[in-house]
Design a protein around this ligand. Structure first.
Ligand code: HEM
Length: 197
């Protein structure tokens, strides 16, 4: 039996990325079906995506203002070029909304999971960070589509896409767990939380 992958080395992350991506792509149709991401939902995601895209700079700015007021979250950004991460976030959200859940999108979503796993970002920070983003998206959609039924349908579609996106990034953590990897980040959950919780 081969030894478990090493801790925090490049080969480990390459293996993790490959395994997570392969597993998701193999069963992507069933996953999309379970989320009820059908043709109607897809076209609504694209339509609503255009409104989100127009407002993306403000949504991203609000996200970083939020993170900046929580030192336990902001410390993960200290050694990174935040302008570069913002750019990659915008690109990722564009793939989520406009690429029709393509392989390119799956690669991007797995990269998000691996990037966060690598720095040992606790899942509660990822999910609560996404919650900030989602709250602003909800405000946008409701204000844009003032008719209650229409906005409910658009919200429903966007929630499907966002849940799907979170699901893939979080799956990377569970694949890493199964591989018995340990994240390589320098943050150890010093706020009393276990690193992944
Ligand atoms: C408190 C919450 C969060 C913190 C502190 C955080 C921090 C970071 C850091 C430091 C990186 C750079 C990692 C690297 O380049 O090695 C990164 C990458 C990234 N993050 Fe986050 N993140 C958070 C939440 C989120 C959320 C909610 C999303 C939503 C999708 C997101 C999307 C991304 C993307 C797209 C990348 C680039 C991945 C790539 O390399 O392609 N992050 N994040």
């Amino acid at each position: 039996m081969s030894p478990p992958p090493g801790v925090g080395n490049e080969k480990t992350y390459v293996e993790l990325t490959a395994l997570a991506t392969e597993g998701i792509i193999k069963r992507i149709d069933r996953r999309l079906a379970f989320y009820q991401i059908n043709d109607d939902a897809r076209s609504m995601i694209v339509e609503t995506g255009r409104i989100i895209d127009e407002n993306m700079p403000q949504i991203i700015a609000a996200f970083y203002r939020h993170v900046g007021t929580f030192p336990e979250a902001a410390r993960f950004l200290s050694s990174f070029d935040v302008a570069e991460i913002k750019l990659r976030q915008k690109e990722h959200w564009n793939r989520l909304m406009f690429s029709g859940f393509s392989e390119d999108y799956v690669h991007s979503a797995v990269r998000v999971g691996v990037a966060h796993y690598r720095i040992n970002l606790p899942l509660y920070l990822y999910i609560s960070g996404y919650n900030n983003f989602m709250g602003n998206v909800v405000d946008l959609i409701v204000n844009h589509y003032l008719g209650a039924l229409v906005s409910a349908q658009h919200l429903r579609s966007m929630i499907k896409a966002i849940s799907f996106d979170m699901d893939i990034a979080i799956s990377v953590y569970t694949v890493a767990d199964r591989l018995k990897l340990k994240p390589g980040g320098s943050h150890d959950g010093a706020d009393g939380n276990l690193p992944w919780h």
